[in-house]
Design a protein around this ligand. Structure first.
Ligand SMILES: [Zn+2]
Ligand SMILES: [Zn+2]
Length: 92
């Protein structure tokens, strides 16, 4: 079992609903939507960001995986190579 830290998140802009791919270093900071230029704080504890997704790199096949935040802290299988990984929580 290999622990894998998420590299970032996919969140929806609260204004236009456009999905943005954001590096995790911007969590807790103000970001700007590429589509509508709306600025907002990426506070993932805010209910408006419920059911966001995360992306992480599979250590077995190097492909990028996307998963629902509900799998953070869980053991999952890579959908490409079926390698087993444990997704770490964003705060780990
Ligand atoms: Zn927007
Ligand atoms: Zn894989």
């Amino acid at each position: 079992m290999i622990d894998v830290a998420p590299e970032g998140v996919f969140v929806k802009c609260p204004k236009c609903n456009e999905s943005l791919r954001v590096n995790k270093k911007y969590i807790g900071q103000n970001i700007q939507c590429k589509l509508c230029s709306h600025r907002y704080e990426l506070d993932l504890s805010d209910p408006k960001f419920e059911s966001f997704s995360i992306f992480a790199r599979c250590p077995h096949c190097e492909k990028e995986l996307r998963a629902s935040e509900k799998y953070l802290g869980s053991k999952v299988a890579c959908k490409y190579c079926h390698g087993k990984i444990k997704l770490l929580r964003l705060s780990d």
